[in-house]
Design a protein around this ligand. Structure first.
Ligand code: CA
Ligand code: CA
Length: 315
């Protein structure tokens, strides 16, 4: 996985196999994924983890793992699974009447939320389903290891060995999704059904919008908005990539850069609306470009400041 990267550009090790990544809002609180000869990680939950109680339903036919609770933290970088084994035994504990054993597996140069890295994987071997009490798990893991700064936390389904099948997952109170594919095809649909869309398609609507963009730092985030409503949120990488969403909404299309900081700028090459290209440098409404000594101008691919680039209306 390559997103949320705050590493200097010259230290990023690209993952040559990376096929696609998207994250954003999936207000239905559920998803389905249909996969063919695929390597993928797809989850719905929260962009920031906590000691919450997590209830979910769903199943997977053909997954290597899941659905189950999964997440990451930083400082130190750790990937965790509840209901999976593998690694060195760090000790046992009890949560909600179930026995768990924490196994820690050192991962060397593997895909992570911060690009290819070496990191520990925490595997809590025990019940995968039922209500998962993350406060209980985090307390046990603090005693047996450590817990860092929370990154995302989702109920996830995964294939790592070129699997074919389908999954449906529904999570109470959750609407943030992450969808990563790294081989084969894995088609994500928000809401647990409907017609298959493109990989990384969070909307399931009839109008397809692709944004081609990059960031200078690799931690920049953008919203795709229709008529002022955000329909997808993406974290950019330092190389130009296509980010696709679909919607049934109508109105003005704009792209918003919202987490500007030192060293962060966004370059948008163009968007495509149902396959029709609209170049960023041909648009007159741009509140984020730095021109003539201040933020705001026109006819530029750049958003140097937090701001909006307008691309006209939907069909
Ligand atoms: Ca362009
Ligand atoms: Ca900037």
């Amino acid at each position: 996985m390559v997103f949320g990267c705050e590493t200097p550009e010259d230290q990023i090790v690209p993952n040559a196999r990376l096929k696609g990544y998207s994250s954003g809002s999936c207000t239905a609180g559920s998803f389905s994924v249909n996969f063919n000869n695929a390597v993928f990680v797809t989850g719905i939950g929260w962009s920031t983890g906590s000691g919450r109680q997590i209830s979910f339903s769903g199943s997977c036919n053909g997954c290597d793992w899941g659905p189950g609770v999964y997440g990451w933290w930083r400082n130190p970088l750790v990937e965790y699974y509840v209901g999976k084994s593998g690694g060195a035994n760090r000790g046992s504990y009890n949560c909600n009447g179930s026995n768990y054993t924490l196994y820690v597996d050192r991962r060397i140069n593997q895909p992570s939320i911060d690009g290819t890295q070496s990191f520990d994987q925490y595997n809590a071997s025990g019940a995968r389903t039922g209500t998962i009490d993350m406060n209980c798990h985090f307390n046990a893991w603090r005693n047996l290891g450590s817990v860092g700064n929370q990154a995302y936390q989702v109920v996830m389904a995964e294939a790592w060995s070129n699997r074919t099948g389908s999954a449906n997952v529904s999570v109470s109170g959750a609407n943030w999704y992450t969808h990563w594919t790294d081989g084969g095809s894995a088609t994500f649909n928000c809401g647990g059904g409907g017609n298959p869309g493109n990989p990384g398609n969070p909307g399931g609507g009839s109008k397809s919008i692709t944004v081609r963009a990059r960031g200078t730092n690799g931690s920049e985030q953008i919203n795709l908005r229709i008529d002022g409503n955000t329909i997808a949120t993406w974290t950019l990488s330092t190389s130009m990539r296509d980010y696709t969403a679909s919607t049934n909404s109508s109105g003005g299309i704009n792209v918003q850069f919202f987490n500007d900081a030192n060293g962060r700028d966004v370059q948008i090459d163009y968007i495509q609306v149902n396959g029709q290209t609209r170049q960023a440098e041909q648009q007159s409404y741009n509140t984020g470009v730095y021109q003539n000594g201040s933020c705001g101008g026109s006819n530029s691919e750049w958003l140097h400041c937090n701001g909006i680039l307008g691309f006209g209306n939907t069909p």
